[in-house]
Design a protein around this ligand. Structure first.
Ligand code: MN
Length: 205
């Protein structure tokens, strides 16, 4: 059984950047539903025992189209939101250190420049979707965006996300209405770079 990550902060702890009702609805309703539907689809497909990464990385092996779609949408919904909610903190580290910082400086020039790239992708994602920072085993990093609940893992390039920026309206509409760029700015105020760095170091090993 797949389970949602436990929040390490109270529902109101991300105020004013993400409001209490949005956390309650996003984590307590949307993420709950993705998780339930993912577990149902996994059981139906007989994929119990596999990790979410393994399932999302081998969707093509599921022959039934409706089931493949259910795994893609709800598996993504489950996995993407775990990463999203895991990387927030009311007292976040404002920048990474070590190997990740070096890599970001090499590739993007600075952490701020990387944030700008992610902001561009997140703002430009038409309709619902995500912007990502991903890493591979060799330590390379890349930014990308995807529609719906799609995840870079499913592209089979070996990149695994370490930052998940949700730009579905359900992530911000209660507070920010149509102002997606304001929400994106707030996202970075509570993004805990120590968590991102932990993820990076784990992937690189
Ligand atoms: Mn969401």
């Amino acid at each position: 059984m797949f389970e949602q990550v436990k929040l390490t902060y109270a529902n109101d702890a991300l105020e004013p950047y993400i409001d209490t009702l949005t956390v309650e609805t996003h984590y307590g309703k949307h993420h709950v539903t993705y998780t339930k539907n993912f577990n149902d689809a996994v059981a139906k497909a007989g994929l119990e025992g596999k990790t979410a990464e393994e399932i999302l990385g081998s969707l093509d092996s599921v022959a039934d189209e409706a089931l493949r779609k259910a795994l893609r949408n709800n598996g993504g919904g489950y996995y993407n939101h775990n990463l999203y909610f895991e990387c927030f903190s009311p007292n976040p580290a404002k920048a990474p250190t070590g190997a990740l910082l070096t890599k970001i400086n090499d590739k993007f020039g600075s952490v701020d420049a990387l944030k700008e790239e992610l902001t561009k992708l997140a703002t430009g994602q038409f309709g619902s979707g995500w912007a990502w920072l991903s890493a591979n085993k060799a330590g390379d990093i890349m930014v990308s965006a995807s529609p719906n609940q799609d995840n870079p893992i499913s592209e089979g390039t070996g990149f695994v996300p370490i930052i998940a920026l949700d730009v579905w309206e359900h992530a911000y509409y209660l507070k920010y209405k149509n102002l997606r760029p304001d929400y994106i700015k707030s996202f970075f105020e509570i993004l805990d770079w120590s968590k991102v760095e932990e993820k990076y170091n784990k992937i690189v090993g």
